[in-house]
Design a protein around this ligand. Sequence first.
Ligand code: NCD
Length: 310
Amino acid sequence: MADNPLAGRDLISITDLSRAEIVFLLDRADQLQSAIRRERQLGHLRGYLLATLFYEPSTRTRLSFEAAMLRLGGEVISVADARTASSAAKGESIADAARVVASYADVIVQRHPAVGSAREAADAVNVPVINAGDGSGEHPTQALLDLLTVRREKGRLDGLTVALAGDLKHGRTVHSLSRALAYWNNRLILVSPPSLAMGDEMVNELRTAGLQVDETDDLRQAIGQADVLYVTRIQKERFADPADYERLKDSYVVNRALLAGRPELTVMHPLPRVNEIATDTDDLANAAYFRQAENGLWARIALLTAVLDA
Ligand code: NCD
């Protein structure tokens, strides 16, 4: 691939990519989507092997990576439940597992409950490692597909007011997305119960990077002001005390009535949803979350061709 700045690179944090590299990937996603719509399968990655190592549950992320690889003519080896079904259950370290898998495959996609786990794997191997979620840390490929979705739904990535609602403390998708939105001139409204707020350190980081950031617990007010509403699941698996989860799980519920009068507000969610978006919103033209999930395929297709330079 000519002029590919991403050949051989890892993707651990969205900030591993520059703004120009993100735009390069989004443009590439558009091009390859058109080609795959025409041809069903391309040959860019013929002869290449992707390994997925997932120590946490996943539907979209793992299957869209695998579908991406197969649509590009490559092949896949996969551990969908590495916590119990791999040698991790025998006490093997992240680094050792990655080192072995890297001797079988050309690229590794890893999800693990520990913050920093993707970095640990990447430091142990020479093939590209893509972080598919490291605990409550980051989920950079989700940010790529979120940006692709915003660009497609809104026609631009700057001058937007984006409301992020839900579990902003534990949610890795909002950590990556907000860092990405800071590459452009945007305003963030952070909507959460106080105990699930993003945290001062990260908010300061975003402000230093140039984002205007406002915090509130008032979802209705945020809906009145935003161009994009990004709803997240309360991350049950990150709570030490189940009683805290029970108390907070229904903090926000977006439904059709709440969205009335805001047909131009793009509603996004990384999925899976539990109760935080009622199904009565699903057929609204501005409910973008299923289109967003599909965009995961196109974003990951772009990324795989770039890191494998093919
Ligand atoms: C998210 C995740 O795993 O962080 N899922 C996804 O990849 N789309 C969001 C979540 O689990 O709430």
